[in-house]
Design a protein around this ligand. Sequence first.
Ligand code: NOJ
Length: 482
Amino acid sequence: MGPSLTPARTPWWANAVIYQIYPRSFQDSDGDGVGDLPGVTRRLEHVRWLGADAVWLSPFYPSPMADGGYDVSDYTDVDPRYGSLADFDRMLRRAHEVGLRVIVDLVANHTSIEHPWFRDHPDWYVWSDDVPGNNWVAAFGGPAWSFDSRRGRWYLHSFYPEQPDLDWRNPEVVAAMHGVVRFWRNRGVDGFRIDAADRLGKDPELRDDPPATAPPAFPENEQYAKLAHGHSKGNPSVKAALQAMRDAAGDAFLVGEAYVPAADYERYLGPVDVMFAFELLWAEWNVTALRRAIERALEQGGVAWATSNHDVPRAATRLGPNRARTAALLLLTLPGPAFVYQGEEIGMRDGDPADPPLDRAGRDGARHPMQWEPDPLGGFTTGRPWLPLSDPLQTSVAGQRGDPNSMLALYRRLIALRREMKGRLEWLESPEETLSFRRGRHRILLNLSTDPLELPAGNAVVVRTDGQDGATLPPDSGAILA
Ligand code: NOJ
């Protein structure tokens, strides 16, 4: 057969805004204090109003919750706390009706230790006979091997001990995960976020990781950061594992999550459409670091941007309110899919961790319930929230809806404008400590300096993050000009 004459179409996700929902904290519909899928359905209207194209749902599968649902004990069902498969179908149908695509999380590297596979198919996991197999350290600290007294052997876990790693060299594992992907595709999902994609390829001989010779590219657990992770992850075999998922997923959107710098993306791209750019998320707030992070990711030709997620402190906490607004402007003017974590659109800050902390790796702060209404329970629940609300009286969707200078108004405006923003990113000359680039007829300007920046004459200001209308842009603010 000759080449197809149909011109390649731009895929729906190419410039999409994808809204991340952490189901446990989004909207409770039955008063048990835990968000659920009927709650998601109810709030899709908000996501649509905001202008997003799709939602990504963090795991809602049955789980003992040792890792907030990233410890799955059944890949093809819904945890009763979140509802049922029928609730999922209703949510999906409603999302499609209002024009939103739906992406689900594929936790392919590990299961929960309570998954029946661990009992029934021990050979689907990675074992060492009498001693821990090597020096690998789990991402959250501690050895990556734990003893299973029932079998008298050690099993590998790249994350918590409750999350044994699957052995992707075993074709039965590949076939089982194929089944999972097809199950959700047949229900109608539009894409998958592949969790811990880098872990799907490990050194076949399980050789020791060498000591680190440089500080880690991103913040890491102290003990974990002492090793370079050349053997415990990112082995070239990862491509075949991802290709297997691509084969099952057809033309669904696949975004890979790997906590690695952009230079490593090539190991993943191909089977996977885009990789999350953690370099931008963690970039220091200066021109050199931001520009380098953007350039490096763009060079790889398959990047998804995010400035927050459920694993890291929120942008308003990391950067402060003005920079968080400017970071939103940057996020939503870059070419490629942009992910917005629930609550970022109202500038939510981190809440206090539970006492004792629920997440042992210290991530409670970014997981507090969504603040819809300015009341003590934030409109999230009528019961006792699983994690207390943070500051709903100060920060909420309803509290910001009528305010044209709110973070919410800024996000909505930026998302609307993004639809008009076509073409590649071209860097422009600009004064020191400022960043400027062009997207089609739009010019983006960020002032990272400590001085006001004169706005270039002759351009209309389409958006500015400071909400003012003077001739200069104050420090830590940004503007879009046309
Ligand atoms: C990345 C997820 O985002 C995080 O929440 C989880 O702990 C690890 N992968 C392990 O699944």
